[in-house]
Design a protein around this ligand. Sequence first.
Ligand code: NCD
Length: 304
Amino acid sequence: MGELHNLISIHDLSREDIDMILECAQKMEDIAVKRSKKYSSKIMACLFFEASTRTRLSFESAMIRLGGRVLGFADVAASSAGGKGETLADTIRTVERYADIIVIRHPLDGSARVAAEFSEIPIINAGSGSEEHPTQALLDLYSIKKMRGTIDGLSISLCGDLKYGRTVHSLGMALACYDVKVKLAAPTALKMKPAIIEEMKRAGIEVIQVDTLDEAIEDADVVYMTRIQKERFPDRREYDAVKGKFRLTEPDVKRMKEDTIILHPLPRVDEITADVDSTPQAKYFDQVYNGVVTRMAILDLILG
Ligand code: NCD
């Protein structure tokens, strides 16, 4: 693959690039346990203007396992952007003088791209508004490959908030590179953006839109659940009208194939009931660890 400086969108990567990252992530499984000193001279800054548990901590864990150091803030209120009204551009122009790579999460669409415009050092998008979350899509693909042995040939159902959920936007675009069948299951008000459906269809993959979880589960090899993105609704009443609409329960799992895997980027609210957790199909907590090795691969690719 060519030099990758920033990772802002899944569109920055070709199928070959994605496959290479997944292969590298697999090699990182061993290094993640043994640890490395490869990047002991490098510093990663995490700028999180929005809540995060897994993305920030797995990036930090990934960098530390590669021998690097980390700094940053996890709460916008503690930064000058929150407390004093500093612009994103000025924050980036400052932090690039403290670190070798920046991982940024921000509530606005386009924020990571703006950050990249002002930065001399690489920028990784860790979630930009409801737009994209490319590193989550890569760890989702890695999870599918690791758990099912392949991505090509699978029937994959993306369920829940397909309108505001950034993980399914990036994952949908990434799946357009593969030979898969995709079902999109969402309440009417939360359907997938037409541009992404078009992209998948143009790539020649079969895309079916359904309205219920029942239809999504049928014959699926992967059931990818998502949280309704309450914080992104312009109107609270719109959220109230759809909340709790899609809920995966243990009886639903009984109707799945034995080797179906259930994934979720987490955090979960109520869209997967607790009784699903102990079923063999529930893989969302195993998926969490894959974030560490996938992000090690991404950091290695950009810093290496
Ligand atoms: C997701 C996000 O932030 O977009 N979380 C994550 O990074 N694993 C999903 C969500 O918040 O629902």
